[in-house]
Design a protein around this ligand. Sequence first.
Ligand code: ADP
Ligand code: MG
Length: 320
Amino acid sequence: MSESKPTGEFGLIDWIRRSQSDEPRDDVILGIGDDCAIVDFSRESFALVTTDMLMDGRHFRLKDDGPEAVGYKAMGANISDIAAMAGVPRFAVVAVALPRADAVAVAQGLHEGLKRMADRFDVVLVGGDTNAWDGPLVISVTLLGDTTPLGAAPRSGAQVGDVVFVTGPLGGSLFRGRHLRPEPRVDEALALAEAASPNAMIDLSDGLSSDLGHILEESGGLGAELHADAIPIHPDAVDQSQADGVSALDHALNDGEDFELCLTVAPERAEQLLASPPDGVQLYRVGVITAEPGLRLRTRDGRTSPVQPRGFDHLAGRNR
Ligand code: ADP
Ligand code: MG
């Protein structure tokens, strides 16, 4: 990829096109270059479709993070959404609004990051849209994936008595830039679907309190009790807590962009799952689904207190 710098929109698109792998794929009938891409979807599954937009100053800081990290995160956040459905990510299209100054260099960096993440999950870039303006960088990735015969894991299936799990330690993702390096739990989600048929699943992009809140709302207004001692706290949350005085538990509950999975599993299956967890899957049992609505936290002394979902609300422009 180290030839002379492309010029103009079409020079850039041509560079992007040539920087794709030239391994032929029988599922891409027509990739970058025409008015639409043509892809071959399996007829035995349903198509999963998701899109996520990242904006300079909100989801990243181009000046500090650099375009490669932004592309990597943008693709990773979308792959994480496919993982959260227990699906297989396959085809991506990418729309960018490039800042006019340095547009080509930014686009090249972005695409290197996009591709580095896409390659990890065998995702192929089949198209996009390239624009430049006098505004900040905006990137939107749309990703198509497949369901598997195990079925999709929706937010809406939680049942009273389900055990709530998360797949990794939480909190402080902004503190050292971990939010730029998502680890989409695609394989883990498929292994969990196979081993335990989760009733509901979501990826933790807004924060556990908000995202579990989405499961509770979509599942007909249920509640959950979380055990404070059981919530896995990321070392970043501990360090951030020392820096800002907000408790590490608070960070673990309310920070976003951990990109771990949160799932609810029927009690018998949960016991089996804990007894023989799938290889390579970290599982933390953090609580239980209740008929009483709302989210509560139980502390070691046996008391419970309500938890307000406090993830980020983009229209409010602040944490809820
Ligand atoms: P159209 O005007 O028909 O929408 P464009 O001129 O925008 O087509 O794009 C030409 C081709 O390049 C299309 O196949 C499009 O999908 C692809 N493309 C444009 N920008 C990108 C990008 N940033 N990443 C990948 N493919 C892109
Ligand atoms: Mg066209």
